[in-house]
Structures are given as C-alpha cells and as structure tokens.
Design a protein around this ligand. Sequence first.
Ligand code: NAD
Length: 351
Amino acid sequence: MADKKFGWGLIGYGGMGNYHFEKLSLRDDIEIIGTYDINPERQKIAESKGLHAFSSAEELLNDERIDFITIATPNEFHKDYAIRAMEAGKAVISEKPVTMSSEELDEMIKCSERTGKLFTVHQNRRWDPDYLTIKKLYDTNKLGRLFRFEHRVHGSRGVPGDWRNRQPGGGMLYDWGVHLLDQMLMMMSGSKVISVYSTLTHISNDEVDDGFTALIKFDNDTEWLIEVSTNNFISLPLWYVLGENGSAVINDWDFNGKISMVTDWENKDAVPVVAGVGLTKTMAPRTDDSIDDYTMEIVKSDWAEYYDNILDVLRGEAEPLITHTQQRRLLKLIENIFKSAEENKVIDEIF
Ligand SMILES: NC(=O)c1ccc[n+]([C@@H]2O[C@H](COP(=O)([O-])OP(=O)(O)OC[C@H]3O[C@@H](n4cnc5c(N)ncnc54)[C@H](O)[C@@H]3O)[C@@H](O)[C@H]2O)c1
C-alpha cells in the first residue's frame, strides 16, 4: 500500500497552481495526471511544461486515474469545483481561503460527509518559520507570559490588478488575512476569541479592502493586532511580541530582529531623560546592566509534510492536519472582522 502512487489533478494552472505542480513533480509517490485552466493560454503553457491539459474540468474529474485534486483558481470558484470533484469521487484540496462564507463552507463540508471524500485546505503558512519561531516563544514561555502580539504584513504596491482587485473573492482579508488569522488561531487553539474590532482600508481600491487592522482578544488575556496593508513605503516589523520578561521582534522574512530580556526587573529606577521638550523617567530606555539581547533561534520546518499528510489520509493512516472545525472557526472570525468594520463596533461573540 505504501508503494501506491496517487494520481493528482489540478484545476487552475496559474501562479499557485504551478507551485503545486512543480513541488509535486519532485515526489515519487504522486503521479501527475493533468490540469484544467479556463484560459487557453495557461493550457498551452501547461502543455509546454509537460503537464497534460484536459479540455474541460469535467473531463479531468471523470479521469479514473485521478485520486485527488488541488483547486488553485480564484477564490470564488473553490466551492463549486470542490463539490463537483467530491461528487465525482475525488479527494479535494482547496487553496485558501477555502471559500468566502461559513454558509458556503458548510455546503462543502456536507458534501464531504455525504461522499466520504477528503476535503481540506492548503494552509501552508502553518509551516512558516517566522510563525513557528514565535509559536515556540509562546509555547515555552521563554519571555514569560506573552500578552500582546502584533503581526503585520506590509506592501507598497496596492492590490494586484488581477481577480484580487475585484469582488467577490478579492481583497487582502481573504488574501493575506486568512494566513495570519489561521496562524493566530492555531497558536491560541486552547483559548476562545472574546472580541474583535477592525477597520478596512480603501486607499487604492474602492471595490475590495486593500488592507485591514484587526484587534482580537482571547479569554487567556492575550491581545493580537493583525494588520495587512498595501500602501506602506516603510514597513513595520512582521512580528512584535511582548512578554512579562522580554520582547521579541522579527522585522522581515530574513529574520532580522532580536529578543530582549530583562535580567533584573527590580533594577528599574532611572534618571529622567530628555524626551522632546520634556523629561521622563518612565520611558527612559533601559541600560545594558538590566537587559540582555539575543538573536532569534529560527525554528526550521518542512512544508512537504503537508502533502505527506494528505497521502497518509488517502491511505487511511492519518487524519487531515487542517480540519473542518478549524476552517469554520477561521471563516467565522473573518466574517466578524468584516462585520466589525462595516458597523464600526466591537463584535464580542465568544467562539
Ligand atoms: N497558499 C498560498 O500561499 C497561496 C499563494 C498565492 C495564491 N494562493 C491561492 O491560490 C489561488 C490562485 O491564486 P493565484 O495567485 O495562482 O492566481 P492566478 O491568477 O495566478 O491563477 C489562477 C488561475 O485560475 C484560472 N482560472 C480562473 N477562473 C477559472 C475557472 N473558473 N476554472 C478554471 N480555471 C480558472 C486562471 O486562468 C489562472 O490561470 C487563490 O485561491 C489564492 O488565494 C495561495
């Protein structure tokens, strides 16, 4: 059984579709059967790379060699393809966001339950080293209890001019937000969200959000600020976290940053320093005798585990890493973020 090759099909051969194709081409436990893309140009490019292009999605879904498919179309097509594929007997991986509302997600989950077919999502950023590094700080209590997380992704090019620029599937909350929020919910998996307040931006785009800021509180006294923005010509750090005994910053994906830990909390008296046109001792910077700085110990990861898990599930030897319950919670949070921004109020639903 371990030697069986699983046949794979791809719907949507764009940027991310090609990423899946290239990665899966390196594996010897998967047989690449083919793709379907609505754009004839993309079909030609697929063929030129040795990837068979089916003439329709139906033809792909009827191919008995295909055990599972990845859907990498624009977001608004994930639901229908997922349902059609499961009904045709295929296991399904949808790109993120799985779909755009929890109501739609429930239809997909029901279909999975009815057909008995695997239905999961590509939340690949659970393997991001920056996230895993911060998660380790949290799990090990290295800085004492962490009470505030700020996680930002800042760009300066607006929303790309493709489907991300338009309703119904575009905007940054569905694009990057879904990754950062999923990471947060995974890190806080033992705690409940107790409130959400958010704002969306429309600096360069009226139709969809080109950024958002969400302040999310958990019942473990932890507060998160999640921000995605596309109009920052100076980026703020990717991660900034505060613990009772230390702070950590990761500035960028190259891991520039540091941890600073207090060595002697009681040693906190300071001579007032000049701040602007006044004096302060509260905000006087700490001196070297009570602070130690460390470089970040990066947690390594292997994203190949994602598809290893999928194959183990297909063999009946594992449960999917990315579950329906997690996806429901994530979409609920996204819905509450949209609602908070629209109504300009705190949504204090507990979940
Ligand atoms: N997990 C990640 O890190 C990550 C990164 C980028 C994109 N994505 C996701 O992957 C998906 C695709 O994004 P992308 O950046 O590759 O976009 P893209 O525009 O590069 O590719 C989308 C492809 O789908 C095709 N397509 C459009 N409508 C179709 C339809 N109805 N049927 C079949 N094909 C159709 C397009 O012709 C295009 O080739 C999105 O859901 C996006 O959110 C995930």
